[in-house]
Design a protein around this ligand. Sequence first.
Ligand code: LLP
Length: 413
Amino acid sequence: MEAFTYRENQLCAEDVPLRTLAERYGTPAYVYSHAAILENYARIARGLAGTPHLVCYSVKANSNLRILSLLREAGAGFDIVSGGELARVGRVKAAMDRVVFSGVGKTVEEIDAALAAGLLMFNVESDGELHVIEQRAAALGRTAPIALRINPDVEAETHPYISTGRFIHKFGVPKDSATALYRHAVASPHLRVRGIACHIGSQILQVEPFLKALEEILEIASHLRAEGIALEWLDLGGGYGIRYQAEAPLDWDGLTSRIHHQLAHSPYRLIVEPGRAIVGDAGLLLTRVLYLKHTPEKNFIIVDGGMNDLLRPALYGSEHQVWPVLKRPGPARPADVVGPLCETGDFLARDRQLAPLQPGDLLAVMTAGAYGFALASNYNSRPRPPEILVSGSEAQLIRARERLDDLMTGETP
Ligand code: LLP
């Protein structure tokens, strides 16, 4: 099923014309397809069906409570990286024994909250953190379940800001220091060794980097096993790339059949932490044209959505497709789609060929379901946009547009 399709030249989210949503909820607005989220989740789970596994949706990609609820109902666990995300998964009544806690800088407060919640495991990223977790578990009279997140020194071939698996990156424990830390952990009455983890980056389109990373952690796991340190879980992290333009998507079935082959007859259960691959292409940013401006060099389409709503183009140079909500005939012209913020970096798309537009027309910035709303800010004192979930012919407001008063909450004039 295609989540977003044209019907009589009108772009629809499932069965609802986007024009109707713009009239009802205003613009800019995030629109998600319920069916697409569940289909993406099901495809990921299907690929892993032959391997004992747990899909832990990476909450950071899109942490809307309604989306977390529907993934929980579909059977997902969660990958969290903060006390805020812990509170969110708690709010949707996630089974805490299906939640893993990653992140390089967990605070004492976050560690205490996670110990109280009783998670599946902490993915520990340094020796310092391991010791703090051990101390806090001792102080609270608990045993902390842990995995070490290994830095396997594998190249992920993605944007440098979202590549995490080399020794130049801050993430994980260098693979050569893992064994000593595991020895320490098994000897501690306050730590329970449960697994091993890695995460090499995001928006990775090749199968090989994942397989290399898996090989690295499997090798460490079997050395540990030979020493009598048995692990239950192998967490391969997230990072499964999707299509934004014409790039070939990651061959998920190819990857999972190789993983299945690698793990056949092994005692481990697999965790994956997909974020983008579940919500990315299930969402778009709906925005309205305010003005057209022509300079001797450029045609600008000035829209009401900007970098505070969707930061990815400015931050990573990411290229989201831009589709007109009403398809009009006419020759395409080159144009930049830019927002109203006071920054030259405030663009949603540059140098695109777009059919003629007029002020008031609607545009859809596609594939914005992951790291779209999640990275939105109030820069330029702009209220964050609403989020709308469409299921068939039903649309549900799952987060209201912020009000101007919300922008000043907690401040003193
Ligand atoms: N697990 C860990 C430990 C992570 O750090 C991440 C993402 C994921 C899982 C999920 O990765 P995914 O499957 O979504 O690729 N803001 C950037 C992406 C940052 C990814 C950070 N870590 C973007 O908009 O492209």
